[in-house]
Design a protein around this ligand. Structure first.
Ligand code: HPA
Length: 277
């Protein structure tokens, strides 16, 4: 599937709409090892992602592939427990489908989370990073979910990207962590295609161009969200330090292990932000 059409989006949205009784206001995408957040959603309807027509299925450990629709901190939420990535073989268009469906279901705010490697030497595994901006390196190289006929029902051909991450939501997140006593880093996220982790020279390049954290997701979803004027809050859970000199080894197990420390902190941040909406 190279391009999404309204028909494809609505087939998936209708399938979900028939099973839920609420209109979700906040969408959430839970990254590697962060799926336990979904356990806090109350009164939830659970849908297996593989049953939704056209939905990209997650093929990797740490991504359950479940949709959970219910309430969190008083807000109607649509939670994706796990996501799909470009390296799994999906097109950029398919990776954008879940966000399009959320927009069709009425979602106004998208909270994107991910596991990321720290390029900024001041960041440590277990830290949370508020994503204040991103570098769309894949998009610069031509891999964008907006390629193809513009879906003008959602937004314009040439969407502005001056404020990918919503300033008001960032302020609410800063307030929420202060209350919860959790420290929050801030910085620029970059999405690479993966699945190989970066070489030391890759990482020195990323550091030079102003990257604080690196991962394999999020940016395509944010671009689809902003095309449709969905407001976005982005949080990275720092799972490992970048291996700038080749002295350590990065593994997916390390990423999942860090998720166990990070998930409760992200939950407090998100709940605090939702309470302040
Ligand atoms: N690089 C890319 N993606 C990642 C990393 C990393 O070091 N850690 C978690 N996701």
């Amino acid at each position: 599937m190279d391009f999404l059409t309204i028909e494809v989006i609505d087939k998936a949205a209708d399938f979900i709409q028939h099973q839920i009784a609420i209109e979700p206001r906040v969408g959430m995408i839970l990254g590697s090892g962060l799926g336990t957040l979904a356990d806090s959603v109350e009164g939830s309807v659970r849908i297996e992602a593989q049953d939704v027509p056209g939905w990209p299925k997650s093929t990797i450990e740490g991504h359950a592939g479940r949709l959970i629709i219910g309430h969190l901190a008083g807000q109607p939420v649509f939670v994706m427990q796990g996501r799909s990535h470009y390296y799994e073989g999906y097109s950029m268009a398919q990776i954008g489908l879940p966000v399009r469906v959320m927009q069709r279901l009425g979602v106004e705010i998208l909270v994107v989370t991910n596991a990321a490697g720290a390029v900024n030497p001041n960041f440590e595994p277990g830290d949370l990073m508020l994503i204040t901006d991103h570098i769309n390196l894949l998009g610069m190289a031509g891999l964008t979910p907006l390629r193809g006929p513009n879906l003008s029902e959602f937004g314009p051909r040439f969407p502005d990207m001056g404020r990918p991450y919503d300033r008001k939501l960032m302020d609410l997140a800063r307030d929420a962590v202060k209350e919860a006593g959790v420290e929050l880093r801030e910085g620029v996220y970059i999405c690479l295609a993966g699945p190989s982790f970066e070489s030391p020279a890759d990482l020195r390049f990323l550091k030079a161009i102003g990257v604080d954290a690196v991962g394999m997701s999020t940016v395509p979803e944010v671009i689809v969200a902003r095309h449709g004027e969905t407001r976005v809050l982005g949080i990275s859970g720092i799972s490992n330090k970048a291996n700038l000199d080749g002295s350590t080894i990065t593994t997916h197990e390390e990423v999942l292990e860090a998720g166990r420390v990070i998930a409760p902190k992200i939950l407090e941040l998100i709940k605090g932000m939702l309470r302040r909406l």
